[in-house]
Design a protein around this ligand. Sequence first.
Ligand code: PMP
Length: 369
Amino acid sequence: MRVYNFSSGPSVLPLEVLEKAAAEMTDTNGTGQSVMEMSHRSGDFKPIIDRAEKSLREIMKIPANYKVLFLQGGASLQFSMVPLNIAAVETGALRKKITIIDTGIWSVKAAEEAAKYADVNIAASSKDRNYTYIPQNVKANPGDAYFHITLNNTIVGTKWPYLPETGSVPLVSDISSCILSEPIDVSRFGILYAGAQKNLGPAGTTVVIIRNDLIGRAPSWTPAMLRYDIHETEGSMYNTPPCYGIYIIGLVLDWVKKQGGVEALAEINRKKADLFYSYLDGSKNFMPTAEKASRSIMNINFVSREKDPEKKKAVETRFPKEAAAAGLVNLAGHRLVGGMRASIYNAMPVEGVKALITFMEKFEKNLQE
Ligand code: PMP
């Protein structure tokens, strides 16, 4: 039996992708091998990685002056690779400046790593209201090496409702939890990066989309594995790439195309999010935490409306347990923020959201009895 999985990542994948991978497990494309057994340099694997890149370019309408890299180390390694490659200087040179907007834990981590290589200015933060909103009117400092945002904040369930204007300063964004959820104008960015384990495939692959002119700026002391130019020259095969993960990404991208592309998925995603937010807004017992203008359509955080902290905690502990028993799993909030969270990525069908609402309505009735 398949459950409805509301995990924030690794998370639900389309059933037909899993079934195709299972069917091809011992013999992929008539090669008589699993993708896990293929040499990454072989003629068997090359078409798999090429096709995954071609599909991603097509689906995201990635302009020709951008490279697509399939790397490892998660989005977390990009917190180091971005500053190393486009902000760090040769030993002894004056440090460059960058700006980071603090919209939650992941942007704090991006700032902490960047501070090892550059002077970081946190130009705005939403920490004052527990990261429940996205700051307005943020400004780039001309001359900065880059300007960093976390487009969708997985832990607190917020999303940038607009893209900041940064002029000639490259806009860099972590899109781990919103890649392929809605169309995105890649040409507005210098670098986009995402861990695969939400909308793209299994954990272990990181996708980096980088504008050509930002490649080749790393100082000479940068470790080879952390240099975009080396990965680019080697076609993401400087070392053994995460072959199986790239193969699954390819299958997921085939599925995305079959759904009608990212535009069609965005429509369904907005519908799913609207359904759940309107239920929460009208609920007597639960309420969403993100401010209206900054709500994520991928991660929806909610809490009990109970005023008494003990009773509130009791409801929030009971809810995910009872939901899991009913086949609706992974609804507890992130350990750092508590409460509850439903992650409704591309592969979560509308039926899953409806089943969650029906379960919550019953749960509410029980609470009132
Ligand atoms: N950024 C965001 C927005 C995330 O949601 C996550 C993981 N949930 C990370 C970064 C860290 O990603 P990874 O575990 O792939 O390093």
